[in-house]
Ligand binder design. Structure first.
Ligand code: RNT
Ligand code: ZN
Length: 412
């Protein structure tokens, strides 16, 4: 008997069908961010990283251009099991020397990415307006700026992103999620907290009224508690966006680095599922702040996956990754984070939720605790190994990455 055969029996005793879990896992798309490969610098050369976010480390081999980034994604994706989407930022436009600014980007600036997504047979492409690292971010403000010209520039940018998203959807035959995140906020105690939010509301209204295809394009808004240099006030706060999204029938994106350290996105998922058909995630790992460390299989990741699986929210919760570590091999960062996400989902799929829920409803919290602890030792790894085998992947991926590092990254 193989380890998997044995594990299959163990899980069957718990009332879990491992075959079903493996098939389900293979069909949950994870949207992998392109920006791990180049430290969020982008390809449109508009400016160095700003917006209160930061990549730390200088591990050699950062992708410096489109070809290198594509090569790295190709390599990293080849080591990732499961269904993959590519999450792009507008700053990854391929301009080929054309003098065009972000308020006027067009679908053709992303045609090479579409070709690439087809080459890799990806499930789809997701998209993000890039409202940082650009001279039109004035005083740290974009959609909430008091300057009409600045606001207009970024409204136009978002509208052009929606058009590009429609193009992605048409080309890939899959929906496209457009996530709006702005860095707007203040370092110190503001004199007016309301007006910037009203301006943001007005800008969002203008963007949403451009007439995009709501069946193909899902707009999400991503809140945040604070950023570096914007510690005292964030215009796009959690309460602001949740209310805006609810009233305008769009979607919330929860980034688990964007809350106070003792607030958990795993707890917010069910709260939102009570009101929304869809929600989106940026799965990251904040260490003391929104540090965007590589996602690992920690308790919060496991809880997040459980909330998706046990609430029948696969497909309702769009899973995206968002981290950037420049202190280790960037491909390894990509692969480790994506695999951790998949592992957490697999563990959630192999958990007897109905049994546990019943214990909660019966008020048997003693047995619930015993069971939740016991389940931690079930042979998940044997099922994971089987999953990798069926996906044509190896458990060990470092040798391949080392080889790529020697042959490719070390020459940069
Ligand atoms: C920033 C947000 C945002 C970015 C990416 C690059 O705090 O998390 O999602 O990380 O868009
Ligand atoms: Zn994010």
């Amino acid at each position: 008997m193989t380890a998997y055969d044995m594990a299959k029996r163990v899980f069957a005793k718990e009332g879990i069908d491992t075959e079903k879990a493996l098939n389900t896992l293979a069909n949950i798309p994870v949207s992998v961010h392109c920006w791990q490969g180049d430290d969020v610098i982008g390809l449109d050369g508009a400016g160095s990283l700003s917006g209160g976010i930061q990549t730390t480390g200088n591990y050699p081999g950062r992708a410096r251009n489109f070809e290198e980034l594509k090569a790295d994604i190709r390599e990293a994706f080849s080591l990732m099991p499961g269904k993959l989407r590519l999450n792009l930022h507008a700053s990854y436009a391929i301009l080929n020397g054309e003098k065009v600014d972000r308020n006027a980007y067009r679908p053709e600036h992303f045609t090479p990415w579409v070709e690439f997504a087809k080459e890799l047979d990806l499930d789809g492409i997701d998209f993000n307006p890039t409202m940082f690292s650009h001279p039109m971010v004035k005083g740290g403000l974009t959609l909430s700026s008091p300057d009409d010209e600045v606001r207009k520039f970024w409204v136009d940018h978002c509208i052009s992103c929606l058009k590009i998203a429609e193009y992605f959807a048409a080309e890939t035959g899959s929906h496209c999620m457009v996530n709006i995140w702005i860095p707007d906020g203040f370092k110190d105690v503001p004199a007016d907290r309301l007006t910037p939010r009203l301006r943001l509301k007005d800008s969002l209204d203008k963007i949403l009224s451009c007439g995009y295809n709501r069946d193909k394009v899902t707009v999400a808004v991503e809140s945040k508690v604070f950023g570096i240099g914007v510690e005292s006030y964030t215009v796009g706060s959690n309460e602001f966006y949740q209310n805006y999204a609810a009233k305008n029938d769009i979607c919330c994106l929860l980034d688990n680095g964007h809350y106070h350290p003792l607030e958990y996105v795993s707890d917010k998922i069910p709260a939102l599922l009570a009101f929304y058909d869809k929600l989106a995630l940026h799965v990251t790992r904040g260490v003391r702040w929104d540090s965007d460390h590589v996602v690992i299989l920690d308790d919060e990741l496991k809880e997040i996956a459980k909330e998706i699986v046990r609430n029948n929210a696969i497909g309702k919760v769009m899973i995206g990754l968002d981290y950037f570590d420049a202190s280790i091999n960037r491909l390894s960062a990509w692969v480790t984070g994506q695999r951790s996400m998949q592992k957490a989902l697999l563990q959630a799929l192999l958990t007897p939720h109905d049994k546990l829920r019943k214990l909660q409803d019966d008020g048997d919290f003693t047995l619930l605790m015993i069971e939740q602890e016991r389940i931690k030792d079930l042979p998940f790894f044997a099922v994971w190994e089987e999953y990798l085998k069926r996906q044509g992947k190896q458990e060990e991926y470092y040798p391949e990455i080392r080889k790529y590092e020697k042959e490719e990254l070390s020459k940069r």
